[in-house]
Design a protein around this ligand. Structure first.
Ligand SMILES: [Zn+2]
Length: 282
């Protein structure tokens, strides 16, 4: 109640706000976009156009150069898990099947166990190993859309409420840019770990099969259409808090209602960027 009263007192973040204050506030209690509060649907539209526009016009980041890490094969040799002869054979196999990762090849050769590969990958990234239970989907998995978990082979494994910290497990690569997006979207800090790929992907599949009704993958062909889609859904859901961030090749929008249920929307970035390029004639 107090929180609601305070939100009424917060001024609107739209500098061109023309809403007759009291009337607008009685009809619409407003929505937050990040930390900014917008008093009316028109003002929210203005805020969304600004924020989504900023995400879209941000230059496409060139792939972040990975920190130099010890190659997996050498890591396993230094741990005494394999010898140079086995590594040589595995690298030969990889040459013929470049899409196969070295860890998978060594597992299929029965040279190492999956646990050994997981520990070596964790050492490569200097993060801890998280032992997942194969049949128990962590409740924290609900915080992030299934599409992102599947795409980046990751799973939120534990939310430490007192520290406001989300532990996120990855299977092969610790993706710091995804962690940054999660932090922006959920207002939490994150900490990465590595888990067994087979169990992690099994749990991600399980999460997908749970029928996540509050998750939509949508396409929009222009910036204006994107803004009006997000604004329309936010109104329909009576969203009180809206967040948006780019996540590699898509825009992730999360709309939370008063009862704390969240709906996620994912928009692929490429069609939108193509439209921008055509508009500006680059
Ligand atoms: Zn306003």
């Amino acid at each position: 109640m107090l929180k609601r009263a305070i939100s009424w007192l917060n001024p609107c973040a739209n500098p061109e706000c023309k809403s007759p204050r009291l009337r607008a506030r009685v009809q619409y209690s407003g929505a937050h976009l990040g930390r900014d509060r917008f008093c009316s649907p028109e003002c929210l539209n203005w805020g969304l156009a600004k924020q989504l526009g900023e995400i879209l016009h941000k230059p496409k980041k060139s792939l972040i150069r990975r920190r130099h890490r010890i190659p997996l094969g050498l890591e396993l040799i230094s741990r005494g898990e394999i010898d140079t002869e086995i590594l040589r054979k595995a690298l030969q196999t990889q040459k013929l099947n470049p899409q196969q990762r070295l860890g998978q090849i060594l597992i299929s050769m029965s040279a190492v166990s999956e646990e050994q590969v997981t520990s070596a990958v964790a050492a490569q990234w200097a993060v801890p190993v998280f032992r997942l239970s194969p049949d128990r989907l962590p409740p924290a998995a609900n915080l992030v859309p299934y599409f992102l978990m599947q795409q980046y082979k990751m799973l939120p494994v534990h939310f430490a409420e007192t520290q406001n910290k989300l532990h996120v497990a990855f299977a092969e690569t610790v993706d710091h840019s995804i962690l940054y997006s999660i932090e922006q979207m959920l207002g939490v800090s994150t900490t990465p770990c590595i888990a067994d790929e087979s169990i992690l992907m099994r749990l991600v599949t399980m999460a997908g099969e749970q029928g996540r009704t509050s998750e939509y993958f949508l396409e929009s062909s222009s910036e204006a259409e994107l803004v009006s889609m997000v604004a329309g859904y936010s109104m329909r859901l009576q969203a009180e808090q809206i967040s948006a961030a780019s996540c590699h090749e898509c825009i992730w929008v999360r709309a939370s209602s008063r009862d704390k249920t969240s709906t996620h929307f994912l928009f692929p970035l490429d069609p939108l960027r193509d439209a921008l390029t055509n508009e500006t004639g680059y």
